[in-house]
Write a new protein. Sequence first.
Length: 284
Amino acid sequence: MHPMIAELQKWQGRTETLQDDITAAPVRALAATLDRDDPLPVPGTVLPPLWHWLYFLPHHRHSEIGPDGHGKRGGFLPPVPLPRRMWAGGRLQWHAPLRLGDSVQRTSRIESVSHKSGRTGDLVFVGVKHEITNAQGLAISEEHDIVYRAAAQPGDPAPPPATAPHAAVWSREIVLGDLLLFRYSALTFNGHRIHYDRRYVTGVEGYPGLIVHGPLIATLLVDLLRRQVPDAVLRTFNFKAVRPTFDLHPFRVNGRPSADGKTIDLWACDHEGWLTMQATATLN
């Protein structure tokens, strides 16, 4: 793996620019998926935070799809020769709102490619920076962390879980099911088979059940904040996936605002109380 890293690091600095339009149909569909009773979006409606993930979607032709359901390795992202790929976290800053009807552009840059050895073998981390602009200028800056890891092997040690905080002020149970994961995969045109193909995720990647999308959990954390503070305007949101969440049991999203209400600690935990995602949001 170490000689390969030098080759993969040649991708650092590579850029990609995509164009899109903020349209209403994905907004209506995600509101339904999250069980929200929002007013119908109209031109000029502000796009809720993190819902920009409904746009700039990958459109690989069917013949370009790899065995895991993602696009084949190479292209913009480096061709990391490890089979398991996860969205590990990110850091976002909002500079101005995006609105329905906006024509938008996203410029992405490979910031870093690094390697380390973990308990279960090689890990490769790829850092990507996105900048999203509309006619008024920069709207969102985002740093996106991707981790690649080796296939599961019998006897691999399980990472020690972390206990979730107990001081939640807000909390909501999320009841999972194939339909929720399917709808979010469809909305984000995400072909990754770990989210919908139970035979693949258990037999090939060695997980006990379907994996809940990291971006979906992050979106549910922000959705909890919005339900509690409907007029909240996010300035920043940082999140990190700590432990996979599987569809076998419900999980909880939780929040605790600071004394002045400007900073909110957010986290998700599984049915056993183990921390699965931690996040911090700051408000304008």
